[in-house]
Write a protein that binds this ligand. Structure first.
Ligand code: HEC
Length: 151
């Protein structure tokens, strides 16, 4: 009789613990998926930037399509990416610094600077203008990374 009660109590405890433990575990999985998503977005931006770089540096012929579509991709990726750093997504997997969350205003300002630079790059019409606009955008990526990305 006594044993049954102990077992029942332990059983109840285990069930309770499982119920309590479950939501944070699910949340952590979601957050890892979020981190993977934003890293994917960053890698996509790196590829876009590379295509633009060759033309801006005069190493490839002027290509109006590339110089319109790639900066536009960057604008939309940058906008989406900024929403991919929710509270709680500072999980092991990330290389983001805690300042992303503790200095949110600074982080978002760095994001807006990059968006403006990408919009400007989308508007240039020749290689000379593209060079300066490319350098500005590159500096905007690096400016945010210097503050908010771990070495
Ligand atoms: C507003 C801040 C911000 C801006 C602007 C920004 N990044 Fe990032 N970037 C980050 C942060 C934070 C991480 C780390 C993400 C993580 O690990 O969770 C990162 C990571 C990366 C990575 C590393 C991904 C990996 O792990 O291999 C690349 C590549 C990258 N960014 C490219 C770019 C490019 C290119 C631009 C400009 C077009 C850019 N980023 C603009 C904040 C920014």
């Amino acid at each position: 009789m006594k044993r049954t009660i102990v077992v029942a109590i332990l059983g109840t405890f285990a069930l309770g613990a499982a119920l309590v433990a479950r939501p944070p575990a699910v949340l952590a999985d979601d957050m890892e998926a979020t981190v993977e998503k934003r890293i994917k977005s960053m890698k996509k931006m790196r590829r876009s930037l590379k295509k633009v770089k060759k033309i801006a540096a005069g190493k490839a012929d002027w290509d109006a399509d590339v110089m319109k579509s790639q900066p536009q991709t960057l604008v939309s990726e940058l906008k989406d990416m900024l929403a991919m750093f929710p509270e709680g997504s500072n999980v092991d997997l990330t290389d983001a610094r805690p300042e992303v969350w503790s200095d949110r205003a600074g982080f978002e300002a760095a994001g807006k600077t990059a968006i403006a630079a990408a919009e400007n790059l989308a508007s240039v019409g020749d290689a000379d203008a593209a060079k300066g606009a490319y350098d500005d955008l590159r500096a905007a990526c690096d400016g945010c990374h210097d503050k908010y990305l771990q070495d």
